[in-house]
Design a protein around this ligand. Structure first.
Ligand SMILES: *[C@@H]1O[C@H](CO)[C@@H](O)[C@H](O)[C@H]1NC(C)=O
Ligand SMILES: *[C@@H]1O[C@H](CO)[C@@H](O)[C@H](O)[C@H]1NC(C)=O
Ligand SMILES: *[C@@H]1O[C@H](CO)[C@@H](O)[C@H](O)[C@H]1NC(C)=O
Ligand SMILES: *[C@@H]1O[C@H](CO)[C@@H](O)[C@H](O)[C@H]1NC(C)=O
Ligand SMILES: CC(=O)N[C@H]1CO[C@H](CO)[C@@H](O)[C@@H]1O
Length: 291
């Protein structure tokens, strides 16, 4: 008969190893959980928009069902997922355009020729304009621009969660954050796909109606394709009741005109474009220039 003691020792050793393993797992899980809630990186920009996922989904449904039913067949659940996968569990300061390629491929929207409207420092007015001129598109009238307008988002390399406390500020933290890279890529594609006559609504109540450092001046102007874009039409809009600071004959528009000449794209400019002026006057009919 064998001595039962070695068997007991084996059981003891086994239990010890099990406890040890359980302990290690507990510690690892504990560290990960802590990292989930409070150990996210702290940045200087505003955190992700509350209910980001729900907003993305809701806006996507709204757009594909109501705003542009031509995109009815786009899968909003997949779009939401691709959007999230672009940045989740990644260092929020090392975004690349490639991160967004699956999302861009999924949406694949084209704007008809002659319907593209750029804006710079005139966002609200440009959007009122395309809302009335229903078939015209600013970037925010395309599906991805519509979904992401005014939202903020970022993740964290050590977590599967979004960071709702803070996100990188483009100037104070890093320029290659996920929001900036997203808008840079979207603007680039929007401009590169434009064709025919394209328009830009500029602000004549600031000193530089055309600003080479704006998204329009830095990205969009240089991505227009001269093989496809026939003319760039600029509207310089002056705020009612304010003294005009810049106009089509000013030096900033002259710079824009020169760039277009270099790029072989015809350029025209008009102050106080009547269709846009009409929108201003609807809001402020008492202004002397509205009579
Ligand atoms: C949905 O789209 C309509 C039509 O453009 C708009 O008026 C409405 O505010 C949108 N709703 C949401 C929740 O975005
Ligand atoms: C994108 O859309 C265009 C036409 O709208 C179509 O010809 C093309 O195949 C689409 N590309 C992808 C990758 O779905
Ligand atoms: C032009 O810029 C000024 C100053 O930023 C702003 O108050 C105004 O609303 C802008 N005008 C338009 C038409 O957007
Ligand atoms: C545009 O309209 C404003 C008033 O709304 C006026 O003060 C300004 O002189 C006009 N500019 C041009 C170039 O017509
Ligand atoms: C440029 C700037 O404001 N940087 C600040 C970002 O936030 C950290 C703290 O989270 C500050 O220490 C930096 O000065």
């Amino acid at each position: 008969m064998a001595d039962p003691r070695p068997k007991k020792a084996k059981i003891c050793l086994c239990m010890f190893l099990c406890l040890l393993a359980a302990g290690v797992i507990a510690v690892v899980v504990g560290i990960r959980m802590r990292r989930h809630s409070s150990q996210l990186m702290k940045w200087n920009g505003t955190g992700s928009t509350a209910h980001f996922q729900e907003i993305v989904l809701e806006r996507c449904y709204n757009y594909t069902q109501l705003v542009q039913p031509a995109l009815r067949d786009r899968d909003c659940q997949k779009i939401r997922e691709a959007f999230r996968n672009a940045f989740i569990s990644k260092d929020p300061c090392s975004a690349t355009e490639e991160d967004y390629h699956p999302l861009m491929k999924l949406v694949n929207q084209t704007v008809p020729c002659d319907k593209t409207v750029f804006w710079s420092k005139t966002k609200k007015l440009a959007h009122q304009y395309t809302k009335v001129q229903r078939e015209m598109f600013t970037l925010e009238d395309t599906l991805l621009g519509y979904i992401a307008d005014d939202l903020s988002w970022c993740g964290d390399a050590g977590s599967h969660e979004m960071n709702y406390q803070s996100c990188p500020h483009w100037k104070k933290d890093c320029s290659n954050n996920f929001v900036s890279v997203f808008w840079g890529l979207l603007s680039k594609r929007f401009a590169a796909n434009a064709c025919g006559v394209v328009q830009v609504v500029l602000n004549g109540s600031i000193s530089n109606a055309f600003d080479g450092k704006s998204t329009f001046g830095r990205v969009e102007v240089h991505n227009l394709n001269p093989m496809k874009v026939h003319t760039l039409q600029a509207w310089v809009i002056h705020d009612l009741g304010k003294f005009p600071s810049d106009s089509c004959s000013g030096s900033s528009i002259n710079d824009l005109s020169w760039i277009m000449k270099q790029r072989n794209i015809k350029f025209t400019c008009q102050d106080n474009y009547s269709s846009v002026k009409f929108l201003q006057c609807v809001k402020k009919p008492e202004d002397s220039s509205c009579r």
